[in-house]
Design a protein around this ligand. Structure first.
Ligand code: GLP
Length: 260
């Protein structure tokens, strides 16, 4: 696991975009794991900008969403399918049919979850999985207590997560209680996991993820098992890290050929 502490979200966005740019140049039909939430927005802005400038071509790329609400009708403005279209995929030349998400409106949810796992596998797996982190340490919608080996499935949201996400809905009552999410095991299968976190409200979760024990109480700590995880944080989100100086030193002295 590599922890990179940067001054702010612009620098984080630039570094993630460099990694995605290098990936797409190496593998134009790469599979990107897409996250919603506010943390990845500067990354999507930077990718859209690079696309406009002709630096980035997504025409052969694929995207797989991490998660989706259960029970929102297809096309609902807050469904993650719609959110990711507005925030990212609708702003670049990725083919709409190449953007996939778990089906939260399926009648048979377990079958839809299995089909989603199969779709990821059939595409050859996720090359780069972008992640945010919830204040309770969730990634995707894997709430505390999630099995570290879990696959795509239905989950019940913790009230704090519903409250955190209520800002996107007319009222708290309209935030669904249920979601479908890639499991921690699914996320661990990605070739490169890139988690971004900014702001003091994420400091505890970032500490638990990086320096806490590997434990289901902090689902993001599962990334300690990932062979290639990059944790990109600003100073505020890094403020509870015990080994912050070591992470800074390592990054400052990193061989330039290594990349993210
Ligand atoms: C939601 C998403 C997560 C995201 C989290 C944090 O719960 N399912 O993927 O990481 O929110 O969101 P934000 O980046 O807005 O703090």
């Amino acid at each position: 696991m590599e922890v990179v502490i940067l001054p702010g979200s612009r620098q984080i966005a630039s570094l993630v975009s460099d990694a995605i740019q290098a990936l797409l140049h190496r593998k134009p039909d790469a599979v990107l794991g897409l996250a919603t939430g506010s943390s990845p927005l500067p990354v999507y802005d930077e990718l859209a900008l690079r696309h406009e400038r002709g630096v980035l071509d997504f025409s052969r790329a694929h995207g797989f969403l991490l998660d989706e609400y259960v029970g929102l009708e297809p096309g609902h403005p807050e469904s993650y399918r719609e959110v990711i279209r507005r925030d990212f995929t609708g702003r670049v030349n990725i083919a709409p049919e190449n953007v996939h998400g778990p089906d939260g409106s399926a009648k048979d949810l377990p079958a839809a979850c299995q089909a989603y796992e199969a779709a990821i596998r059939d595409r050859g797996g996720v090359d780069l999985q972008l992640l945010g982190i919830g204040t309770d340490g969730h990634i995707g919608f894997n709430e505390p207590g999630s099995s570290l080996a879990s696959r795509t499935r239905i989950k019940t949201l913790i009230e704090q997560t519903r409250r955190d996400n209520a800002r996107f809905f007319p009222s708290l009552a309209e935030v669904p209680h249920h979601v479908v999410t890639q499991g921690l095991g699914t996320i661990l299968d990605s070739r490169h996991a890139v988690l971004v976190a900014t702001g003091a409200q994420k400091a505890q979760a970032v500490h638990d993820l990086v320096e806490g024990p590997l434990a289901a109480i902090c689902p993001a700590s599962a990334l300690q098992l990932h062979p290639h995880a990059s944790i990109l944080v600003d100073e505020a989100a890094a403020s509870s890290l015990k080994l912050a100086d070591y992470y800074r030193h390592s990054y400052d002295h990193k061989p330039t050929w290594q990349g993210l």
